[in-house]
Design a protein around this ligand. Structure first.
Ligand code: KG4
Ligand code: ZN
Length: 351
């Protein structure tokens, strides 16, 4: 039996330099992540110039370490995939140049992967899920509901009109003095808190579409913190914020899943992106899936947050379909999954 194809994946669009080797039978042979989180925590967020320099320093060692972990060599790789956007351009350039150099030197196909597509296809890597499915993509920069029909085939049902869900966690954590990145800090603090202790607004509750808005939550939280300055209970506030975000995500997803089932006759729901690592968010979405007898996938936390296995796997899907990228591919700081989606309504416009 011929050896199964193996793809090297590289991710460098934010504050993590990562590489992974993934085989066509969905086995992650090795992966390694060099995180800059500690560096950026000192600044309360990612500083693009600092991040780009960090990627440049880490990319070579991270790839070498990944190969060593699997006891693999470049001669046994069938293609190279790297995040080509969206993200911080300095980091994306570093990963793209590295991937192109390896591909050119070895005569291998190169795959420019949309970072969001890496998240979007993770459920196929972890659970061998069939197409089509409804995806809630929740990361630091994006909050979208998408019907996924195949690689490169997406139909957007909804998006955020202002902040992303991850930003709501990050900004909330900042207000509560919990540091960066905010999502894991809020989740940890919320464990000992009462989610019903604060009444936060339900964003866009009366709107009948699948769009999100999170900026009002942050304002409401800031007001509560100001009001309760004397006896502020951080755990209660964290738990209430987490519950409000989970609730907002679940209510829009419920509506989108009904639309998806009506349009495709298929009941399948997936969550992906950094916020998908949150167990309260996962539980709220699992309930939506259960209510509709839908197949449901929440990938393990390490494959929800940024990683290179998802980039390698997306590369594998294109590899198996024989769709490689040109070596003159130019990184894209912006790269929507559904370029044809109509723009979302202006804030405050009732749908
Ligand atoms: O997908 P990701 O790792 O990077 C981007 O592509 O943006 O997502 C990062 C976001 C951050 O906003 C972070 O606070 C959030 O995901 N996040 C979480 C958790 N882990 C990461 N949010 C809530 N709960 C978590 N456990
Ligand atoms: Zn991401």
């Amino acid at each position: 039996m011929p050896d199964l194809p193996v793809i090297l994946g590289i991710e460098s669009s934010c504050d993590e330099t990562a590489a992974a080797l993934v085989r066509a039978d969905r086995v992650i042979l090795a992966q390694h992540i060099a995180s800059q989180a500690e560096t950026h925590a000192r600044h309360g967020g990612v500083v693009p110039e600092v991040a780009a320099r960090g990627h440049l320093e880490s990319i070579g060692p991270v790839i070498a370490k990944t190969l060593a972990l699997a006891d693999w060599d470049m001669g046994r790789i069938d293609g190279v995939a790297a995040t080509g956007g969206p993200g911080l351009i300095g980091g994306v350039l570093v990963g793209t140049v590295a991937a192109k150099a390896i591909a050119a030197a070895r005569g291998l196909p190169y795959y420019a992967i949309n970072h969001l597509e890496g998240h979007a296809l993770t459920a196929r890597l972890t659970d061998d899920l069939a197409y089509p499915y409804l995806l809630l993509l929740v990361s630091g920069g994006h909050t979208q509901l998408l019907a996924v029909f195949g690689p490169g085939q997406y139909q957007r049902y909804g998006t955020t009109l202002d902040d992303a869900a991850g930003e709501a966690f990050d900004k909330g954590a900042q207000l509560l003095g919990l540091g960066y990145p905010g999502g894991p800090a809020i989740e940890a603090a919320a464990k000992s808190g009462d989610p019903a202790s604060l009444s936060l607004p339900h964003p866009r509750a009366r709107h009948k579409d699948c769009h999100f808005s999170f900026s009002g939550l942050k304002t409401a939280l800031a007001r509560q913190i100001e009001a309760e300055r004397e006896h502020l209970c951080v755990a209660d506030m964290a738990a209430s914020l987490q519950a409000a975000i989970a609730d907002a995500l679940a209510s829009r997803t419920r509506r989108a899943l009904q639309k998806f089932i009506a349009e495709t006759g298929v009941a399948r729901l997936v969550v992906a992106g950094g916020v998908a690592a949150n167990q309260a968010v996962g539980a709220a979405l699992a309930e939506v899936a259960r209510d509709h007898d839908a197949e449901w996938v929440q990938p393990p936390p390490a494959l929800c947050t940024d990683n290179a296995a998802m980039i390698a796997w997306a590369g594998m899907e294109y590899h198996l379909a024989g769709r490689s990228s040109d070596l003159d591919f130019a990184p894209r700081p912006r790269w929507p999954l559904d370029a044809d989606a109509p723009p979302p309504p202006g804030r405050g416009v009732r749908q």
